[in-house]
Design a protein. Structure first.
Length: 246
């Protein structure tokens, strides 16, 4: 899905400075993009605006032909989008494998619901859940309740859930936080393998950023870098605050 933002600003009631300040950018259908920027620079807010979870105070957003601020478009947008949130949002009390299939629920019939209620993975998802869980190193934990998993294991369950629903858009907010280098790379590989899917990943990890062909950096709610390759010098500017707002 193509993402277009034009003059988008967003503010929160209890903050003086806008979280996003006049952002205009286009992310093409099937493009893979990394969002960088210091803590508080607006990365999560930008992802939430694209998802329709935060309404901009001004400006225009289109995701495909959908308007995230329009309630009637929002359901369709959410169905087409896989999301990995910071701190994730798994359903406690359910097994990892049940959480992993929850993103596919809109497509379930009675048979799938019956499987899930018995704590099983519906037949048509079994092979893919197995493969994704194996790639993420969480196969041994699939039957565990998610509250008994480590933070990094939960993070990977959230990744499997997001990818399993075969979204047209993947929004991943710091999907590798809390992961060791090996599992972090496996998570990045899974995101990069999502061919034909528009992928937007926020991260603080410059090593991850360098694996993506486009980096968009924010500073104080503004785009301060938008380019294909991130040099040491660019990274220094982004984090020292000397990059000139676009
Ligand atoms: N729900 C909220 N209510 C009030 N202010 C908020 C809210 N969410 C974010 N903000 C503010 O908006 C600004 C941008 O926050 P945001 O979470 O988008 O930054 P970020 O770049 O994702 O940060 P981090 O890298 O620490 O996750 C910050 O100043 C933050 O305090």
């Amino acid at each position: 899905m193509k993402i277009e933002l034009k003059d988008v600003s967003a503010s929160f009631a209890d903050s003086d400075a806008p979280a996003l300040n006049d952002i205009s950018l286009t992310i093409d259908q099937a493009e893979h993009v990394v969002l960088l920027g210091p803590s508080g620079s607006g990365k999560t807010t930008l992802l939430r605006c694209i998802l329709g979870a935060v309404a901009p105070t001004s400006g225009m957003i289109r995701v495909g032909d959908l308007d995230p601020t329009d309630d009637s478009d929002l359901r369709a947008l959410r169905r087409k989008t896989g999301v990995i949130r910071q701190g994730n949002d798994l359903v406690l009390g359910l097994r990892a494998q049940t959480n992993a299939v929850l993103g596919t629920a809109p497509a379930w019939g009675l048979r799938e619901w019956a499987s899930v209620l018995r704590g099983k993975v519906p037949g048509r998802y079994q092979e893919r859940v197995h493969a994704l869980a194996e790639a993420q190193g969480i196969l041994p934990y699939l039957r565990n309740r998610v509250e008994n998993l480590s933070g990094g294991q939960r993070q990977r369950v959230a990744l499997v859930r997001a990818v399993l629903s075969e979204p047209q858009l993947l929004l991943a907010d710091e999907p590798t936080s809390g992961l060791d280098p090996v599992t972090s790379q496996a998570a990045v590989d899974t995101l990069r393998e999502a061919k034909g899917v528009t992928v937007v990943v926020s991260t603080h990890d410059l090593g991850i950023a360098r694996q993506f062909s486009r980096v968009i950096a924010l500073r104080a709610g503004r785009v301060c870098f938008d380019g294909p390759q991130l040099s040491e010098h660019d990274a220094e500017e982004i984090y020292q605050g000397t990059a000139v707002p676009a």
